[in-house]
Design a protein around this ligand. Sequence first.
Ligand code: AMP
Length: 143
Amino acid sequence: MIVRDILAAKGREVATISPTASVAEAARILTERRIGALVVTGAGNRVVGIVSERDIVRILAARGAAALGLSLTEVMTRKVVSCVESDMISAIMERMTAGKFRHVPVLDGDRLAGIISIGDAVKLRLQEMETEQSALRDYIQTA
Ligand code: AMP
């Protein structure tokens, strides 16, 4: 299975935010949309970073309530690991495990084409395992 298979099922919408937005604004959007990360986009919709709930917890622990007023440029991760639609899901899961993050934006050239979360990847893997298991069961019963 490849990234395109997940996007075909879940859609290509990506929640984005400006680098000049505040930590409070990012927390509000994450909560409202019930998601774990926002892709930070700058001029021309180019990806300039990613901010996840983990970044917000970290900055709140370090700076207290004053962190809520900081701009995302001070808390986001700038070196974003991305993927393309033809990447294998197994490779994306390895990348997430090695980098200890749970979100990978999908790029089509410079354009943001979707996002894969660890939850999306696990859901697809479970479906694959169920399909394999039922094929094996059918095979045993007819053998
Ligand atoms: P997460 O597990 O996605 O909540 O993110 C954990 C940490 O990794 C946070 O500091 C994020 O900013 C960062 N992070 C999340 N996704 C990525 C990514 N695709 N590339 C680089 N860093 C990321």
